[in-house]
Write a protein that binds this ligand. Structure first.
Ligand code: MG
Length: 303
């Protein structure tokens, strides 16, 4: 069962769930559940990130809570409020760690090799943008590309985790678009500078629309992925094509950096990364998760 973060028309945060019967206000369902179970210490859950941080986020829990509440309360009374706005599933991760060249065909299209070991860089949490948000490209910065990626959301604190235990630390999966100011990045590479600005600009990390619990995904390395711009397919691949798989990534990162619940790993992009421009509509789809839709706008040039 998929969950998503949203705000009401008044800006109040909530968790939503998508079931075969429709979309419902899970924050309210949770309140009925803890009341019914007399869980006096259980907290309110207005934020999906909080549910992840408290290690409550799983398909098993979502199903159990909804099925219990359905027993004494009709779900139709718990529909989403009108005019809700979808937010980033995990809006304040302590970090977003990304992979460079983790799909062989993508490395090749840039006349590059797959590295011997996973190649990491970071994207800034301030670059996150929700489903339906607008990617803002400052005028005159040159080519900017889309990069469709499977994003892993951590559910437990991970430090020095071995590959065989790594998947126990994953809360779920969502879709990321690692938007990249390509000309700036190429210039930085040539001059030996880091990529912080070209990858970390405001709005350059669209993410969502929802979070699919890890226990609802039989194999995260067998998900069809497709990105379209204005209805035309640009990227099409399977997550199984990634070179360094998720357990390897978690193990490698956590050797050096503690991964906190809510932290995000963007697992790299397949081939077909191409420019985006003002007016474009980007649809990024991953099997089982859904479609992340964003538009593009030009904003005034950098000062
Ligand atoms: Mg990328």
């Amino acid at each position: 069962m998929k969950a998503f973060a949203y705000t009401t028309a008044k800006g109040e945060p909530r968790i939503g769930v998508e079931t075969p019967e429709g979309k419902f206000n899970f924050s309210q369902i949770w309140r009925y559940y803890i009341e019914y179970k007399s869980f006096k210490q259980a907290p309110d859950l207005p934020f999906l990130q909080l549910m992840v941080e408290l290690d409550y986020f799983s398909d098993e829990t979502l199903v159990e809570v909804i099925e219990t509440v359905k027993g004494f309360r009709p779900l139709k009374d718990l529909r989403l409020e009108n005019d809700f706005v979808v937010q980033v599933p995990v809006s304040r991760p302590s970090k977003i760690i990304c992979l460079g060249r983790n799909y062989a065909a993508h490395a090749k299209e840039w006349k590059s090799q797959v590295p011997d070991k996973p190649m990491f860089f970071a994207k800034l949490p301030s670059s996150l943008l929700p489903h339906r948000g607008v990617v803002e490209i400052p005028a005159g910065i040159g080519r900017v590309d889309h990069e469709l990626e499977l994003a892993v959301v951590m559910g437990r604190k991970a430090r020095r985790v071995t590959e065989d235990k790594a998947m126990d630390y994953v809360a779920g999966y969502t879709i990321a678009n690692d938007v990249t100011a390509r000309e700036m990045q190429i210039q930085d590479i040539k001059t030996g500078k880091p990529w912080t600005l070209s990858k970390g600009m405001d709005t350059f990390c669209p993410m969502g629309p929802c979070l699919l619990p890890a226990d609802a995904v039989p194999d995260p390395h067998n998900l069809e992925m497709e990105l379209k711009v204005n209805g035309e397919t640009r990227q099409k691949a399977n997550s199984g094509d990634m070179v360094f798989k998720i357990p390897t990534l978690i193990s490698h990162i956590s050797r050096c950096i503690t991964l906190e619940p809510g932290d995000i790993i963007c697992t790299g992009t397949p081939e077909g990364t191409l420019p985006i421009a003002a007016g474009d509509v980007i649809e990024a789809t991953i099997e089982g998760i859904g479609t992340l839709v964003n538009t593009v706008q030009e904003i005034p040039a950098l000062l």
